[in-house]
Design a binder for this molecule. Structure first.
Ligand code: TYD
Length: 208
């Protein structure tokens, strides 16, 4: 990553794998050490994000290309107004989903092509990539069971299991292709065990 001085960590993985819990645990740990930490998510934490979220996740049928472009539009605004300014003042930014969610869900899951979707995201973010991406990996049966227990299931979570299995494989392949920028953790363990692995990886990035 060029430019911004802060630390940028993304949390990725299927639905219901515990990304939000891990994001909160890492934020707590870094704040206890005096770091300025920004906790954010996609879609949703930018100026236009709430509206994009309503269309993409709660709305009715949507053309897959329109869906991909809406996620990208949300990301562009999010990077410009939230992520980049925070990194420029030296903060730690912890984002729940980023470029890889588009590459896996829209590129692989919707069949739009991983490279094409990655290119749209590069345009949206002006090439801003996380220092570290944590992939919380959970097998398909466990993921489906966690989603079934949720009180609200969004438009993408309602997609058939085979889409989610392809998404999972795509996350693992992205991580395998760039092991120095990814940490894959087994999300079936306790939150404390998972958090300990993430802490080690983040400390390594901080220490450079
Ligand atoms: P969200 O309610 O944030 O769920 P989760 O807690 O699982 O992250 O909904 C995000 C949904 O949007 C999730 O099903 C994945 C999907 N998504 C995409 O398909 N592409 C994207 O680029 C992003 C950011 C999310």
């Amino acid at each position: 990553m060029t430019g911004p001085r802060g630390l940028f960590v993304a949390f990725e993985g299927g639905d219901g794998v515990g990304k939000t819990t891990q994001q909160a645990l890492l934020a707590e740990r870094l704040r206890a050490r005096g770091r300025d930490v920004v906790v954010t998510r996609e879609p949703g934490d930018s100026r236009i994000g709430q509206q994009v979220r309503a269309i993409v996740l709660d709305g009715g049928e949507l053309d897959p290309r329109a869906e991909a472009l809406l996620f990208a539009a949300d990301r562009a605004d999010h990077v410009a107004h939230v992520i980049r300014p925070a990194l420029e003042r030296g903060a730690v930014v912890l984002v729940d989903r980023y470029v890889d969610s588009s590459v896996t869900y829209q590129g692989e899951g919707r069949g739009l092509g991983r490279e094409q979707i990655a290119a749209i995201s590069r345009f949206a973010t002006q090439g801003l990539l996380p220092h570290l991406t944590v992939v919380l990996d959970l097998d398909e049966a466990a993921r489906a069971e966690r989603v079934r227990r949720q009180s609200y299931v969004d438009r993408i979570e309602r997609e058939p299991d085979h889409l989610h299995e392809r998404v999972r494989q795509a996350f693992l392949e992205l991580a395998a292709a760039a092991p120095d920028r990814y940490l894959v953790v087994d999300a079936a363990r306790t939150p404390e065990e998972i958090a300990a692995d993430i802490a080690v990886a983040v400390d390594k990035v901080i220490e450079g």
